[in-house]
Design a protein around this ligand. Structure first.
Ligand code: 2HA
Ligand code: ZN
Length: 293
C-alpha cells in the first residue's frame, strides 16, 4: 500500500473514536444486552444497520472511498455516499454488548451505489464483514431515504413471542395478526397504529425476502417474518427495540390468557377506535363513566 493511501485511510481508527459515535456505541451495547437477555438473539441471531452519514463531514466521507470495496448484487443509487454502521456477520449480541466496536463494521456506499467500501478497525483475519441480511438492510435504508423518513435504524431480531404467533395458522395473515396484537393491549394501537406487515416464510438473506420486506415497510414500522422473526425501523436503536417490545407484550398476554384454557376477550372495535382518535402526542383523556343510571 502506498504511503499516500495509507495516510488517507488512516482515519479508520479516528472514525471508530469519533465523539459523535460514542453515544451510538453506548446504545448498541445497551440494546444488544437486552436482546440477548430476552432470548431474542440466540447464537448469532439478530442484526442491525444505522445510517450514520450525518455524523461525518464530506471530507471525512471522501477518505472512506480508499477502503477495499465489494460489489453489490443490486445497485442502490439513492444510497450513494452514505455510511452505515452494521452488525458484523456471525457476531453474537452478547459479545456486541461487551464490545460493540469489535463486532460492528462500517459500510460506505460508493458514488454509483453499486459497491461498498468496508471500513474495519481490525483489517485482516478478524475483520467484521457486514450481516448476512445486508441486501435487506440496504433496500430498507434506501426506501427510508426515498421517503425522507427520520428513521435511521433497521433492526432484526428473533422475538420468540412473535415467532410463536406466526406458527399458528390462524395468525398467518396481516389482518388476523394485527387484529390480535392490537386487541391484547391499548399501547399497541397507540404506538403502532399502522400495525405490522406479514411476510410468509422465505429463506433469510435472499433478494426475495428483501423485496417482500420492502413492500411490508411501505405501510408499517414492523414486518413479521413468518416462523423466523421480525424487522423494524425507527429513529434510534432504542426506539426500534420499543417497537418489538410492545408487540412481544401483546403476544405474551395472548399466550398467558390461553394458558388458563380460556380465550382472551380482546379490546373491542369501539375501544380501538377511541384510542385511534386521540390526537397524536396527546395524553389520552378517558371519558368519565356515566353512573347516572
Ligand atoms: O443475523 O438472524 O436472519 C442472523 C440472522 C439472519
Ligand atoms: Zn434472523
Amino acid at each position: 500500500m502506498s504511503g499516500k493511501i495509507e495516510r488517507q485511510i488512516s482515519p479508520a481508527n479516528d472514525i471508530f473514536q469519533k465523539n459523535e459515535l460514542a453515544a451510538e456505541f453506548l446504545q448498541i451495547s445497551a440494546i444488544a444486552q437486552i436482546l440477548w437477555d430476552r432470548g431474542w438473539a440466540e447464537r448469532n441471531a439478530g442484526n442491525f444497520s444505522i445510517n450514520v452519514t450525518g455524523l461525518f463531514t464530506t471530507k471525512e466521507l471522501d477518505c472512506l472511498s480508499f477502503y477495499p470495496f465489494f460489489p453489490l448484487v443490486k445497485q442502490y443509487p439513492d444510497l450513494a455516499r452514505t455510511l452505515f454502521l452494521l452488525s458484523g456477520t456471525g457476531t453474537r449480541m452478547r459479545d456486541m454488548a461487551n464490545n460493540p466496536v469489535e463486532n460492528v463494521c462500517f459500510v460506505y456506499v460508493n458514488e454509483s451505489g453499486s459497491a461498498y467500501h468496508l471500513i474495519d478497525e481490525n483489517p485482516g483475519d478478524t475483520s467484521a464483514r457486514p450481516t448476512s441480511e445486508l441486501p435487506t438492510h440496504l433496500a430498507i435504508q434506501q426506501q427510508l431515504l426515498q421517503k425522507k423518513s427520520p428513521d435511521k435504524v433497521v433492526l432484526h431480531a428473533h422475538v420468540t413471542e412473535l415467532i410463536a404467533l406466526t406458527q399458528l395458522a390462524q395468525f398467518t395473515s396481516e389482518k388476523a395478526v394485527n387484529s390480535l396484537l392490537w386487541g391484547m393491549h391499548p399501547e399497541t394501537i397507540l404506538f403502532l397504529p399502522d400495525g405490522v406487515g406479514f411476510i410468509p416464510y422465505t429463506i433469510p438473506g435472499t433478494e426475495s425476502i428483501a423485496m417482500a420486506t420492502l413492500k411490508g415497510f411501505e405501510n408499517h414500522k414492523v414486518v413479521l417474518w413468518e416462523k423466523h422473526g421480525c424487522m423494524t425501523v425507527a429513529r434510534t436503536l432504542s426506539e426500534a427495540f420499543d417497537n418489538l417490545d410492545i408487540l412481544a407484550k401483546s403476544s405474551k398476554i395472548y399466550f398467558l390468557c390461553k394458558s388458563t384454557g380460556q380465550e382472551p376477550e380482546g379490546l373491542n372495535n369501539l375501544q380501538l377506535k377511541e384510542i385511534r382518535e386521540y390526537p397524536p402526542g396527546e395524553t389520552p383523556v378517558f371519558k368519565k363513566p356515566d353512573f347516572s343510571i
